[in-house]
Ligand binder design. Structure first.
Ligand SMILES: Cc1ncc(COP(=O)(O)O)c(C=O)c1O
Length: 512
């Protein structure tokens, strides 16, 4: 007998999932009872207009989860025991019902899901098919110190492998915390005790820790506009209410800080994400004074401060903090690699013990091996040498990008090129808007990104998000950069936008 189910090509879920889910729900609801026969996969595929393979895969999953079973040469049937279990669950009202039209409704979103369901992974889904990819936040893969790293791993395993069979300090390995506090003094002007550091699995984990410590429904979230999406969504998911503050060439416009009390202020002072400004010293001091007045905590996300090309880095806001109001988040994602999932949070003294306990509650700390190897790499001077090398490499790549933009598009207007691993390029007049350029370039195998794709969040409609592209350059060689930008120029000149191509100043060039 045909099953009263239907699938839709346009649904969010795959066809296979839709078939699986609908049959599962019929069993759960008791519409299909223990021992009831199901149509064969051939019959089902014909009835529903799906491929036989789709039907087969859906049945395989139903079998592997125990909902149905097959009797060779006889057929497929609803399982016995499972039927008992699910019907009693259903009687208790624990299961959802199919929508009245026979299709399955989406499960209700979990509490607090609104924001974090909007965010997307920092892994670029297009990377594998692109020949030039200016995706943000990727360090150079060829520069990872593989040999030294392997040597440290091997040494650690030989000497201390017993740590793998133990729980370690949830706050993080002491030697890594010591190495970080030794680094932060000279590098960022932060004098801090190793006891005030908690090791986390990157800034993102740090934001979660901080949000769990400080945010409740209604907590004001003072945040740059535009800002880093990953942080905004975490704080909002805990109930924080955003108070966006505009950003200009000197960073957060502190004259527009709101008059709110007990706020959490999140910002990226070294290299504003995404616009790239460095918060000026007078503004840093004003921000701290504001936090004192409003009894606010400042979350300083210092994600890529290791790379500053013009002049010495400014002392971190945490380094100027006299009232212990700044929580500093650092990461090894940019200077080493995001695959390590290693970062740290420097906390005001009063928050250390709650954070330590919370870290134990969340996950009992980070992987021992990565922490131990990172500590050894820092303590024997390898990290300092690596940073020096990477600064030279990234400077050359930034220069290659600036040169390529100028060669292909004439005098260019960029922001954020003094530091970090990405810059913001203002799209010259006469070209389409950022999202359209992104689409066209991707079609031609080149990844350049509008801000929303490049992990930025804006509150309200900002001109920046339409007229700027985010270009990450650290993971590309100068030759790849040159090639990518000249291909972008070709893409854009092949389909000149509305206004005359001549206005754009695009110069034709053949790629090497
Ligand atoms: C501004 C900013 N903060 C934090 C992060 C996340 O870093 P992590 O890998 O340490 O979670 C990123 C990632 O690109 C970022 O751009």
């Amino acid at each position: 007998m045909p099953l009263p189910i239907a699938v839709s090509e346009t649904a969010k879920s795959t066809l296979q999932n839709q078939v699986f889910e609908q049959i599962r729900l019929m069993i759960v609801k008791g519409q299909l009872k223990a021992g009831d026969p199901l149509p064969g996969t051939r019959e089902l595929s014909m009835q529903m207009g799906i491929s036989r393979n789709t039907a087969l895969l859906a049945y395989e999953r139903l079998i592997s989860e125990g909902y149905i079973y097959t009797k060779p040469q006889v057929g497929t049937f609803v399982s016995e025991m499972l039927y008992e279990k699910v019907v009693s669950a259903s009687a208790n009202g624990d299961v959802e019902t199919p929508a009245a039209n026979g299709t399955v409704s989406d499960p209700p979103p979990p509490a607090r899901s609104r924001q974090f369901l909007q965010t997307h992974s920092l892994r670029n889904p297009h990377t594998d098919r692109l020949t030039a990819d200016f995706w943000i936040g990727r360090p150079d893969p060829a520069s990872f110190p593989v040999k030294v790293w392997s040597r440290h791993i091997w040494r650690q395993l030989q000497r201390s492998h017993a740590s793998l069979t133990e729980y370690n300090d949830p706050q993080g390995l002491e030697k890594l915390r010591v190495a970080i506090s030794d680094h932060l003094g000279p590098a960022r002007g932060i004098v801090v005790d190793a006891d005030q550091i908690v090791i986390v699995s990157g800034c993102q984990d740090g934001f979660n820790l901080i949000a769990r410590l400080l945010v409740e429904t209604g907590t004001p979230l003072v945040i740059e506009n535009p800002c880093y999406q990953g942080a905004a969504y975490v704080f909002e998911s805990f109930g924080a209410v955003p108070h966006p503050v505009p950003v200009d060439e000197c960073g957060l416009d502190v004259s527009q800080l709101p008059d709110v009390s007990r706020a959490v202020a999140y910002l990226t002072p070294s290299h504003q994400y995404p616009m790239g400004a460095t918060l000026s010293l007078p503004r840093r001091l004003e921000l701290l004074a504001w936090a004192d007045t409003c009894d606010a905590y400042i979350v300083e996300d210092d994600y890529d401060s290791d790379f500053r090309f013009n002049g010495a880095p400014l002392t971190a806001v945490k380094g100027l903090d006299r009232s212990d109001r700044v929580i500093y988040t650092g990461t090894f994602s940019k200077c080493m690699g995001p695959g390590l999932r290693l970062g740290y949070v420097v906390l005001p003294k009063t928050l250390v013990e709650p954070a330590r306990r919370l870290k134990a509650l969340m996950n009992n700390g980070q992987s021992w091996l990565e922490q131990s190897v990172m500590a050894d790499f820092m303590l024997d001077g390898g990290f300092r040498r690596h940073l020096r090398r990477m600064r030279r490499t990234y400077l050359a790549r930034r220069d290659a990008l600036l040169a390529a933009l100028e060669t292909n598009f004439g005098k260019c207007h960029v922001r954020g090129a003094d530091a970090g691993m990405h810059l913001i390029w203002r799209i010259p007049p006469g070209f389409p808007e950022a999202e359209e350029i992104e689409k066209r370039a991707l079609r031609d195998g080149v990844g350049v990104y509008a801000m929303s794709t490049g992990a930025a969040r804006q509150f309200g409609s900002l001109e920046e998000s339409r007229r700027y592209l985010v270009l990450g350059y650290a993971a590309m060689t100068p030759k790849q950069i040159d090639n990518g930008i000249s291909r972008l120029a070709k893409t854009l000149s092949r389909e000149p936008c509305r206004s005359a191509a001549a206005e754009t100043g695009v110069q034709q060039r053949t790629s090497p």
